[in-house]
Design a protein around this ligand. Sequence first.
Ligand code: HMG
Length: 445
Amino acid sequence: MTAVGIDAIEIWTGKLQLDLPGTFAPAKGEDPGKYTKGLGLETSSFPDAYEDIVTMGANAAKRLIDRKGLDPQDIGRIDVATESAFDNSKPVSTYIAGCLEQVYDGDFHHANKGERKFACLAGTQAIDDAYNWIRAGRNRGRAALVIATDTALYARGDPGEATQGAGAVAMLITEEPSVVELSTEQGYGSADETDFLKPNQQFPSVDGKRSMQVYLARMREALTDFESVAWDTHPDDFAYIPFHTPFPGMVRKAGLLGYRHMIRDTEIEDALEGRIGRQPREEEYDDREAYEEAIRGYMDDLKETEEYRSWYADTIDPTLDISRRVGNWYTGSVHLARTSALRRAAENDLDLAGKKLLVASYGSGAQAEIHAETVMDGWREEIEAANIEDQLQRRYDLSYDEYEGVHDRHNHDMDVEMEEFTQPEGEFVFTGWGRMSERKYDYVE
Ligand code: HMG
């Protein structure tokens, strides 16, 4: 079967940043350690006055199209994943296509466009749609452009405010891809949950602590489901495991859970037995509570072992480099985690071709999806071509007062004018509203 997967990746970060331990924590009267050590975050990214989900998505897509030397005719599908849409009817993908048509000869009239929604999971689901479209032979040799774009803002004072972020990830899905091939096998963990939702409102209603439990429960189900169609996973099977990363501290918990699951009945569990005992098995306990307490004790011990620490440092930590500096990008977050791992591998000159990733996506509401990916020969060239570090470094550093102004500016219920902090150059910008309240965009040379 021909390989289908990700051929190219480009990101676009909001052009402003907020220093969490240095600016946000003191303004909130909190210990900076909560951000750096607890949540695992350094800075978050925010859109400047002229940026939104359309400009960030279109700018990431333009970088990708230019770098790959594509023509509109080469793209047969444009899917946008977002949970920050501002229109219940017209999809963001039409706005983005409209932007791109300002700068390229030709148009995207032939392209099937849509918008995917399932909280942060939608980016992965849009890739699925593209995969299925290509596998079904409906693509006529064309590629699919998948764009995950969000402004992940919370109401001011909400605990989630600490985890905000804004940015877009554009990915090209093709046959014979350069970056990764996607596995056919997938696992799901899906349930009707009320942990994080936006019932016709911009900022989410969140039960933060519960959302973390739901994340872990659905991930566990998805891994078991993946194993039922793929194989019994082992920690050594994967070079990296990119997780959906609302903040790195969440992934620390998910990584430990995944490791415990994968070492069960393996030589690793045997080797650890003398030091921390074997994993508690539910059938050995009279009630669930006693079993859960025993599991918690085992996990506390497991987390301190050299085996786990070294696996975490190699397999999980590299996926968090970018997230630590930009916060939650919702639909783009797991795709940033993959990008981050590949970037670390390129920096360390690792030979990744042929190695496997286990990609663990998640969306509140709630659903986890897990699949495997095989790294392709062209991964290094693709990842080195993206200008990630430049983008991260050039962001304007906000004071706390400026941050509040930016938050108000992007609050859909407020009409706030704001001077931009950065100068747009070679990018799409938001210019205002049209006669039917549609958003208008221009390209600035
Ligand atoms: P909080 O209550 O402000 O924080 O909110 P906390 O007091 O629980 O502290 C956070 C961590 O820092 C804790 O670590 C503290 O111990 C530690 P843990 O015990 O959990 O390991 N800490 C410190 N460490 C060192 N030095 C210190 C210090 N102080 C505290 N001085 C919460 C945290 C995550 C609840 C909040 O940020 C929130 O509500 N976030 C939004 C929801 C969220 O991100 N949920 C994650 C799972 S759901 C998901 O991923 C989906 C999502 O992306 C949306 C979608 O799918 O669309 C959100």
